[in-house]
Design a protein around this ligand. Structure first.
Ligand SMILES: *Cc1c(COP(=O)(O)O)cnc(C)c1O
Length: 360
């Protein structure tokens, strides 16, 4: 017996396609970003798949994510972007996580700790080149520079930064940040020092942005396909019809009567609402697809449900048939645009009520 539920279909073959495109452009270390449950796609299955495809380094936001992944997957390097916060030295050390040191204070705390442990493997530092979010600012960078001889004992020191406008190819800000990073790089010229600037967008800005490691997230998962025409869509969101109704001329659908039928229409209800990550903003604007036929969303999106005008396909569509919200007929990017948000926001908001189905 099959239950009726919404499904997020994740096409692993297309993740591999996207990874291979990056591999073609960039021959050094690729560090996939699997924060936020691998952008909602499922961190464990995605990381397992990427491990099978030879990725050894991973980027997450915080220690909770790192601990969850570590339970299932060993022998990978996990960079924890939010750095070393209160009393976290032991837990980082015990689990071999690499804290991304975002301030001089974190740097001091962690290197002092590692000195005591006589452990000098990887050290990760983030520098701020214009995002003003996380990473050391000039004063802190200078302090580390003044202690640069202490970096020599580490097997590898990797210095990260992050672009603020990598999705705007023409933005001058990218070049400014790159130049600032090159300056910082020149301060830390030692064979054990490596550098990483590019996330998805930066990878496609050209070789000058590549350095030693790249950190792709969205490009692997099928968002921002405009970065490169060979990137493929990865996720599809589909939802089954659970009720069919008829709305007479003049009747209204949904909360607060935001939709009023101009003529009699046939409607379907699907179990997908704003609690599943469909934005309320798309109410009365968005569409879903039956095969390749575009059907309007009507009324206000509810928490768990939405209503679709299915008049165009009323003779064909049955209870249990699936309607596509995004995927083949409309890309994640275009769906995000209509929702007045980013593809990142859409996929990281898809609820666990949508069962993830991995296809090859
Ligand atoms: C989220 C994030 C990434 C990945 O960004 P994408 O645009 O999804 O490739 C890389 N680096 C840092 C610092 C991030 O915060």
């Amino acid at each position: 017996m099959q239950y009726s539920y919404s499904k997020l279909i994740v096409n692993l073959k297309n993740i591999k396609n996207n990874l291979n495109i990056i591999k073609k452009i960039f021959k050094k270390t690729i560090c996939p970003v699997i924060k936020a449950n691998a952008y909602g796609l499922g961190d464990i299955p995605i990381a397992n798949f990427l491990v099978r495809n030879k990725c050894k380094d991973y980027w997450v936001a915080n220690i909770i994510e790192a601990l969850k992944i570590k339970k299932s997957i060993s022998n990978i390097n996990i960079y924890v972007a939010n750095g070393l916060n209160k009393n976290e030295e032991e837990i980082f050390f015990k689990n071999k996580f690499i804290p991304v040191l975002n301030t001089y204070e974190q740097f001091k705390k962690w290197t002092t700790f590692l000195n005591k442990k006589k452990n000098f493997k990887k050290l990760a530092i983030q520098v701020d080149t214009g995002m003003c979010r996380s990473g050391m600012q000039d004063e802190d960078i200078l302090k580390v520079y003044n202690e640069r001889s202490s970096l020599k004992k580490f097997k590898e020191v990797i210095i990260f930064t992050h672009l603020a406008s990598a999705d705007e190819k023409k933005s001058k800000y990218n070049n400014d940040q790159k130049n600032k990073f090159i300056k910082i790089k020149s301060m830390f010229q030692s064979p054990n020092c490596k550098f990483s600037l590019a996330a998805s967008g930066g990878i496609f800005l050209g070789k000058g942005y590549h350095f030693d490691m790249v950190r792709p997230g969205i490009a692997l998962y099928g968002g921002k396909l405009f970065f490169n025409k060979k990137l493929k869509n990865v996720v599809s969101l589909i939802s089954p019809v659970i009720q069919l109704n008829y709305l007479k001329k003049g009747e209204t659908a949904g909360y607060n009567q935001t939709y009023k039928a101009k003529k009699g229409i046939f409607t379907a209800t699907i179990p997908l609402g704003y609690a599943d990550g469909v934005k309320i903003k798309i109410s009365n604007i968005g569409h879903v697809y039956y095969k390749n036929i575009k059907l309007p969303m009507i009324g206000r999106i509810s928490m768990d449900l939405m209503i679709i005008d299915i008049s165009k396909v009323k003779n064909e569509l049955k209870i249990g048939d699936y309607l596509e919200v995004f995927g083949k007929n409309i890309t994640l990017d275009d769906f995000a645009k209509i929702s007045d948000t980013s593809p990142y926001d859409i996929i990281t908001s898809i609820s666990d009520r949508c069962k993830k189905i991995y296809v090859n």
